[in-house]
Design a protein around this ligand. Structure first.
Ligand code: UT7
Length: 334
């Protein structure tokens, strides 16, 4: 029989510092009312200075391993836009700090779609026998690339990490990763970007280059793409799985903006009562968004074993990806 990757552990971690809308700098000229009504966000977590993505990833990874009941993995994938350093990758250090030295370890960057790309990679590694157990972590420290005075991004993004363990199992088991849809469109690369420090826009000193390290986003344009791309990708995966929107018990979409998630649900004809969301408490945590939404959904009782669960994400690149799975019975660990 064919091997499949089966979800067997889930964990996450948020840095303790909570920043409410009212805590944001007054110079942003925004308000709690605007942010809540236009995005659904009430607060986000920011890592303290000196704390890096690997620190969040280790906390989330340890909890996912504990949740899976076994402390080992033979591959560690860290999906992140905000690695500790340009070189080396963050994953080897994370693996070693988790007691997994010797495991295959690499970073993956598909921005807010990173977790979905990571899931496809991890599932492929398990299915082909490259690995028997993969720890996949989506971890971000967006506070390190946010312009604190840009109201188009500063209120939107937050820090956090979410992780899953995938083990070898059977395609028919709950939690088995089956059909996955992934896509990209590089013609939209300018819509969300952080130029500084790359090979094209080398970081240099001087006032004219000030701010080039920060994330910039054409929010209005990105909004339209997010709804359109996640709708198409969600439909594709449902079609491949031989399912319809009526079969979907829970929609867990990238937590970019509650209005995006609701429009997506409407387009897919999935009732808003089947939408899982935690954006009010974490904001947009990019590659950590889907696993953190799953974690909070399971903890709150919104995501339950046996439910047909549609995961879909969209991010800079542009990139997008979706999968449908039967939610497995998982034990969460603090
Ligand atoms: O994770 C990757 C994918 N990211 C996303 O999917 C994010 C997608 N975009 C969004 O979520 C939304 O576009 C934003 C939340 C970023 C912005 O919301 P919007 O409803 O699209 O606002 P807008 O940019 O169309 O601006 C509407 C108005 C403007 O004022 P005028 O020109 O109508 O007078 C903005 O200047 O709202 C103003 N505005 C704000 N006002 C108070 C924009 N940002 C803010 C703010 N506080 N933070």
């Amino acid at each position: 029989m064919m091997r499949a990757a089966v979800l067997s552990g889930l964990g996450g971690w948020l840095p303790p510092r909570v920043v409410t809308n009212d805590d944001l700098p007054a110079e942003l000229d925004t308000s709690d009312h605007w942010i809540r009504s236009r995005t659904g966000i009430a607060c986000r977590h920011f890592a303290k200075p000196g704390s890096a993505t690997s620190d969040l990833a280790v906390e989330a990874g340890a909890r996912a391993l504990a949740s899976s009941g076994e402390p080992h993995a033979d591959a560690v994938v860290v999906a992140t836009t905000t690695p500790d350093r340009i070189c080396p990758a963050t994953a080897p250090e994370v693996a070693t700090r988790l007691g997994l030295a010797g495991a295959a370890a690499f970073d993956l960057n598909a921005v807010c779609t990173g977790f979905m790309y990571g899931l496809a990679c991890a599932a492929g590694m398990v299915a082909t026998g490259v690995a028997d157990r993969v720890l996949l972590i989506g971890a971000e420290t967006y506070s390190s690339i946010l312009d604190p005075l840009d109201r188009g991004t500063a209120p939107i993004f937050g820090d956090g990490a979410g992780a899953v363990v995938l083990r070898a199992g059977d395609p028919g088991e709950p939690g088995a990763i089956g059909h996955v849809d992934l896509g990209s469109d590089g013609s939209g690369a300018e819509l969300i970007r952080a130029d500084g420090g790359g090979s094209r826009q080398r970081l240099s000193e001087g006032p004219e280059r000030e701010g080039e390290q920060y994330l910039r986003m054409d929010g209005r344009e990105v909004f339209k793409h997010a709804v359109m791309r996640m709708t198409a990708s969600g439909r594709t995966v449902l079609e491949r799985a031989g399912r319809s929107a009526a079969d979907v018990d829970r929609l867990v979409a990238h937590q970019a903006n509650i209005r995006i998630v609701h429009q997506l649900a409407d387009e897919l004809r999935i009732g808003r009562d089947r939408v899982v969301t935690n954006i009010d408490r974490v904001g947009n945590t990019a590659a950590a968004s889907i696993p953190l939404a799953l974690l909070h959904g399971v903890a709150d009782g919104a995501v339950r074993p046996g439910q047909q669960t549609l995961l879909t994400a969209f991010g800079a690149g542009l990139t997008w990806g979706s999968t449908l799975l039967t939610w497995p019975d998982l034990v969460l660990c603090d």
